[in-house]
Design a protein around this ligand. Sequence first.
Ligand code: MTE
Ligand code: MO
Length: 364
Amino acid sequence: AGAAIVKPLHPGLLTYRDGNAEMRWEAMAGQGHVVPTDRFFVRNHTSSPQVDVDTWRLRLFGTGLRNSPTRDDAVEFDYDDLRAMPAEETTALLECAGNGRLHFASQQAHETPGVAWGLGAVGVARWRGVRLSTVLHHAGLTDAAVDVQPEGLDPDYVTGGVNLGRVRRPLPIGKALDDVLLAYEMNGRTLPADHGFPVRLVVPGWVGVASIKWVGFVEVSATALFSPWNTLFYRMFGPGHPAGGGLLTTQTVKSAFELPWNARLPAGVDVLLRGRSWSGNGPIRSVEVSTGDRDDWRPATLERHDEGGAWQRWTAVWRPPGPGRWTLRARATDVTGAGQPEHARPNDLGYVFDGIVRHPVTVD
Ligand code: MTE
Ligand code: MO
């Protein structure tokens, strides 16, 4: 195993234990729709592998393909084969299911294991690649297929002394044939090692773990597939959730200010507050901002040029009334009517926080 993360640590990134790196929200201040690759968050279960693209093959196998090829006798494509297939480009948001987990603890006194992400385990990039559906059809997909499971080439994930094997998680065939991309470029350049070179999945709207990096194998199965990443983790466990846990698919609604955590702002002048809101369900319909302790919610101004989806930028003007400590809040509603509650739904592993975050500000 090599270094957990290969790319140099950008000042816009914050590293956490186990080498995971979160984007600092102030690193997006004044930036465009897309997050520059150097400050895009990294979430690795182990470490970024260095894959030799000349010997690398994408291997597809399983009972959902014609003649049911086995893993040792898989249908193979090399890098050039994939690049010769019709390419597509999409701007999509990627977010870790645990993004915002810190706020379960800081705002709701709900302690959970896992990386204590603030709100920066999220990013938007331009991804270019081939549709997973195109590759599946080339490999001989049949009507019998129900699940598609990509598997990464990073080292086995060992936790609590148990080797759980390679990172992998099944996708239902409906989603796999919909808008999923096998991406080989990110923001106009070859996919970097940390983000899944030579190819990764991009599964729009779904929890980040669905977007398997460094894909080496894809199992296509006529029966349901299971892996620890959809049985032991990435489920909603705990009181109020189904016995055995509720499976995580799409992300929830969140909002963030493009400000440092505990921002310092000047008194007596108008400040242009900038932020972004997003949802796994689709576009954001409205955003409101509160700058006081009471519920002084007022609409934020939505940026017009974000129709590409992914997330919605917004602004709000605030004149801090005087020196002291203040709290900024933002809450959004998406196209389905889903909003942000005062308290996110607690769950044992701290997933899909969607509560309203209290952002501390000091005015000098
Ligand atoms: N794929 C592999 N092979 N190994 C991993 O550890 N982490 C997943 C997913 N794909 C992971 C993976 C998780 S939990 C997330 S949130 C995203 O990758 C993070 O993608 P990024 O590091 O490009 O931001
Ligand atoms: Mo994640």
